[in-house]
Design a protein around this ligand. Structure first.
Ligand code: 5GP
Ligand code: ZN
Length: 112
């Protein structure tokens, strides 16, 4: 399978990684749509929200808690931020590996 986000998680493709643990990797979006634009992904390949089951509930919790921690670290927790999960083509999902967008650092009108 040729998945760019799996390659980033396995360090076979480069990215500006800002956080990593056993389950997750977070890295800067290559084409940022806001001053802070970080993607939080599971290391496991899960294509989209459509592929999640109850088994993944703890993973989703970890992704959101990590996004909050990265918002604090990026100093946007007080000013505000958006967490976005695009699912499928109509939502604009371009990479078929689950990823949570953390967007902030300026007005987010028109983003998601
Ligand atoms: P989607 O539209 O699928 O929700 O978001 C995919 C995001 O991944 C886009 O914001 C895009 O800029 C970002 N992206 C795509 N390929 C790469 C890559 O190779 N490296 C990084 N850092 N971001 C990527
Ligand atoms: Zn993948």
């Amino acid at each position: 399978m040729n998945c760019i986000f799996c390659s980033i998680a396995k360090k076979k493709a480069s990215a500006e990684i800002v956080y990593e643990d056993d389950q997750l990797v977070a890295f800067k979006d290559i084409n940022p749509k806001a001053p802070v634009h970080i993607l939080i992904i599971p290391k496991e390949h899960i294509a989209s929200v459509n592929d999640l089951t109850e088994i993944n509930e703890p993973l989703l919790g970890q992704m959101i808690i990590r996004a909050k921690a990265l918002a604090v670290k990026s100093k946007i927790a007080r000013s505000g931020y958006k967490l976005v999960l695009n699912c499928g083509r109509d939502a604009g999902q371009l990479v078929d590996h689950l990823h949570l967008h953390l967007l902030g650092g300026g007005p987010l009108d028109g983003i998601a």
